[in-house]
Ligand binder design. Sequence first.
Ligand code: HEC
Ligand code: HEC
Length: 483
Amino acid sequence: MSIIRSFIVLMSSLGCLAFLFACSTPQSTNTSNQEAATVEIDKQVHFLTPDGEDVVVSPGAYEVKIEKDGLRLIAEEGTGSESTVIDAEAAKHEESVTHPTAMMLSEEEDRQIITLLLPDGQRWEALGSESGVHSRAARRPRTASSQIKQHLTIRNKINLLRPQLTLSTVSVKYRGEKKTHHGRKSKSTWRLPVNDTHNSGSFTFSWAGYPGNRTLVPSKIGDIQNLVKRKQCCIKVLINGKETPAPRMSFGKSGTLQTTIQLSQARAKTWPKTVKVMVTKGQRKWESAVTKIYATPVSYYASVLHQIFSHDRCTTCHTLGTHDKIVEMHQTRLGAASYPHENNPEAKPHNPTFCGTCHNAANLNNEWFSPSASQGINWKGWNASQVCHKVTGPFKNKDGVVEPPFDHARFDHHFHDDPRILWAVSDGMTPFGNDLNVPLPDNLNAWFNKVDPWVDAGTPCPTYSKFSHRNRGTLPRNLVPQR
Ligand code: HEC
Ligand code: HEC
């Protein structure tokens, strides 16, 4: 089985070579002029720490260094402080490398291997998995040396190629937003801030000459100029190897060729993607290397929704988790004479019958009540990440029973039909006719337009770290590391 598997991996790698830059792996990371070994991880991969904890590594480029009990991964574009150590095992190799060289070998979903080759014939191998299932039995290093050799050969060949055009800037703009988000080049790859919720956006890539061939300014080349002026066919932008329809073209200030495309299915979690430009005019041809771009997720929840979720209209009710809190809030606002309920046991959470004696507007639908403190949703003062993870995590009902997180249908229903939420977002009218301020006065459609895309995107939450550690206690049982 594993022989067949390696064969397939090998064949698909050869396929890449045949189309010269046609696919994204392996990458043209040039290790010959940089001392640090770098590895590119394209999907979230679970590894184990030396202590047997699960750590999820986000997609990106990482420097790999040997540490006493494993391999240290250092986020390449970070400040160096963002790093983690993963468990690794020693083995040997027969390649001649002049400096530490790292590679990522994806054999199958649950065999994602980072291999670090040292000049002295030592090899370190860390085994990860996409699903998070770690099996002890499979942990022995057993990557075929032919596979390592194959990987190095392809890498070297790609390094020899010198395309004429090179990516010089990348940016994205979303409909309805003023801001343009700009990408940055790190040592070996690119990073672009990409929204975790908007599905489509307008992406601009600009192209200059290849380093070492700086004299090549696309706007100075007559043929390219003509193509752009007449908006002709022959400039193609390929994303993940596929041609995108109708790029818009222009020249940037410094004479770079700018190509703008509309991408759908472009949420942060669909990256990294590769981009390549090809310009043809008769016999002449200019092209770039396949260039990989990783996403730095931009949280929609944090930038658009959190201000609503943390608005007083939502949080005040969520703070009324006990009899005392309910009485105190009302007495402070109305005076004890208007709210003589300090000894009334009915003034308690989850009691719409009592609350409805005053909060009885028809659109409240007899569903006016506050959550019990034991449900843990009193999120006043929490940050965006905390509220988001709470709301999308397991839900505790009023009896303290933990239920699975809301699914798409429940969120949809909750945000569209729950009279408490609708009241808080755009109404704010209280029993004796006091009109409290609300985030979106009389504009429920604005609320639906803001919240629906987030629910459709699967309610993504802000992530601030490249590494999320989870200890065994918090892991679902089938994901507990088997050590
Ligand atoms: C009148 C009181 C009240 C107001 C106002 C209110 N909520 Fe709630 N909210 C509740 C109650 C009660 C529950 C728990 C329902 C249950 O146990 O079935 C709840 C539950 C929730 C949940 C589910 C929590 C989870 O763990 O999944 C979300 C999300 C939520 N509210 C969001 C909001 C937002 C956003 C607003 C403001 C726009 C808001 N609520 C305003 C009373 C309120
Ligand atoms: C005696 C009438 C009365 C009863 C009973 C009553 N309320 Fe109120 N409630 C009011 C009034 C009046 C206001 C408006 C206060 C103001 O103008 O600031 C109010 C305001 C609120 C608010 C809005 C606070 C804000 O700033 O967003 C919430 C939430 C609330 N009540 C929850 C409850 C709950 C839960 C119950 C049942 C346990 C309840 N109320 C029972 C009269 C009542």
